[in-house]
Design a protein around this ligand. Structure first.
Ligand SMILES: Cc1ncc(COP(=O)(O)O)c(C=O)c1O
Length: 401
């Protein structure tokens, strides 16, 4: 499941009629292969069989600006200090109470309100899956014989739909307006119609990179609360955002706030966290695998929080680079640039496929999101990189338009 949904446009996109990834060859081998295939055909879920595993784009030798990673590594002195600390860990033991130190450190770092609790996931991907698992109530008297559902504005982060599909929940995507704002009447109508168990609001959104109107967000939160659902404010891009929901969190008893250390600078570590009223977190935490945070992940995250000023300086630099890029991109003929509160920028170009391929040939990897949703026709999404990377990216883009 890891990575399975991050960039896929739909669960079974790119499949051949035979259920094989496009370009894949059917096995031609001996009886063992044939046997395995026939066993698989009867035991694996049909929807799983018609999916294809996510292939990570090969980025060797490329300027990698496709996945909203922080482009900065740890300074050398901290690399040595972290190495010593990790080397001294008891890797022979299962993770222990140290993970509670991390929960407390993250709660303090985020400014979690009193009476709230925090749970950790192997990336926020895992938290999204666990939430769907915990809410996969089969149709029955308690939910008016409805299939439990997940609702989110689209285009949005693909794991919301993916987790719903895999746990048997319905997914209700509500299109944003043409300028990527929340469509208030459509959202309120969909909430009334579907009564979703979980409503996701990414703040800011991926891939559009914008923050939505706060008054509309509040109306949506109240509407979901009135019919007994949960709202998850997904703040994956909080280090680069001008606003956070954290100060508004305590107003409601049905809102969860999810964040990750991935964009902060630890995408390789895999650490997501979710804060919410204690009673809600207690229920969701029951479906979490007991040792989901490895001792290595845990210690890396603690180390990073002890040096949070290093990451804060990196985020500041990324925000300055974003401002520079927004100005430079706006000057390119035929290019429309959208505002960003994240470490990514969405662009509309005359021919996204041509520009994407041209940039790739020039060794710059961005993300072609133009097939993800009709609202994103001819759109590319690029991650804000270092000053050098951004210079290379701009040159490649200019030559590839
Ligand atoms: C809006 C949003 N939420 C969550 C995630 C998942 O982050 P991770 O699993 O790395 O914590 C992403 C990743 O791109 C994202 O864009």
């Amino acid at each position: 499941m890891k990575n399975a949904g991050h960039e896929a446009t739909s669960a079974n996109a790119g499949m051949s009629a035979a259920g094989l990834p496009q370009g894949a060859k059917a096995p031609s081998g001996g009886s063992a292969v044939r046997e395995a295939t026939s066993v698989g055909a009867s035991i694996f879920r049909q929807d799983v069989q018609s999916m294809h595993a996510y292939a990570i784009q090969d980025s060797a030798g490329m300027v990698k600006l496709d996945a909203m990673e922080n482009p900065h590594r740890l300074p050398p002195a901290l690399q040595v200090a972290l190495g010593q600390r990790l080397g001294a860990l008891a890797l022979n033991r299962y993770p222990d109470g140290r993970v509670n130190d991390l929960r407390h450190a993250l709660a303090a770092y985020a400014g979690m309100p009193e009476g709230f609790d925090i749970m950790l996931g192997n990336g926020s991907d895992e938290l999204i899956s666990l939430l769907a698992l915990a809410c996969a109530v089969p149709p029955g008297a308690e939910n008016g014989f409805r299939r439990a559902g997940v609702l989110a504005p689209v285009p949005g982060f693909v794991m919301y739909a993916m987790s719903a599909q895999l746990q048997g929940l319905g997914f209700h995507g509500v299109p944003l307006t043409a300028d990527f704002e929340l469509d208030e009447p459509a959202m309120l109508a969909a909430i009334a119609q579907h009564q979703p168990a979980i409503t996701y609001l990414a703040y800011p959104n991926n891939p559009t990179a914008n923050l939505w109107d706060d008054a509309v967000i509040e109306k949506i939160i109240l509407a979901v609360g009135a019919q007994g659902g949960l709202v998850v404010m997904d703040e994956a891009y909080q280090p680069f955002s001008s606003k956070s929901y954290i100060d508004r969190l305590a107003r409601h008893s049905h809102v969860l706030l999810m964040r990750t250390l991935s964009k902060f600078g630890l995408a390789g570590v895999r650490l997501g966290y979710m804060m919410g009223p204690q009673a809600l977190i207690a229920e969701i935490d029951k479906v979490r695998p007991p040792y989901n945070i490895s001792v290595l992940n845990c210690e890396c995250a603690l180390f990073a929080l002890e040096h949070h000023e290093v990451f804060a300086a990196q985020a500041l630099e990324i925000r300055a680079q974003r401002a520079m890029l927004l100005e430079a991109l706006a000057l390119l003929p035929g290019v429309r640039v959208y505002p960003s509160d994240a470490n990514m920028i969405l662009l509309r170009v005359p021919d996204a496929q041509k520009t994407f391929e041209g940039m790739r040939m020039r060794k710059v990897l961005v993300k072609n999101v133009s097939k993800m949703h009709p609202l994103l026709a001819n759109c590319l999404r690029l991650t804000v990189g270092t000053a050098d990377e951004n210079r290379l990216m701009l040159a490649a883009l200019r030559e590839s338009l």
